[in-house]
Design a binder for this molecule. Sequence first.
Ligand code: 5GP
Ligand code: ZN
Length: 117
Amino acid sequence: MAGEPQDDCLFCKIVAGSIPATIVRETETTVAFRDINPQAPTHILVIPKAHYENAAALAAGAPELAADVLRETRAVAEEEKLESYRTVFNTGSGAGQTVWHAHAHVLGGRGLEWPPG
Ligand code: 5GP
Ligand code: ZN
């Protein structure tokens, strides 16, 4: 069912604490942790605790939770003292999505080209 934890989901395991992560913020509905393979000096992932397969499913199924995630990207950027940063939701394998639990990347601490590759 939408939102229920999935046994085979890496990020559900991080939410459950059954695999470790460097958690930087947690709220009732979200967790933010450092990406294991950072692409910038700051590279943090913000996820809903509930399982939705990507940002599209999250926006359709739980828009208030999508807003929580977005609010947390701002909080993370503020904590990391990022004046400029990029928030990215890769949606679908063609866009580079590799983990099928919705997540926002918060990238900053270096110049970021636009448009991205
Ligand atoms: P995607 O490619 O789906 O947009 O992003 C998935 C992100 O999750 C990647 O940036 C990848 O480095 C990160 N990632 C994958 N496995 C783990 C893990 O076990 N721990 C953490 N902290 N990040 C992970
Ligand atoms: Zn999940």
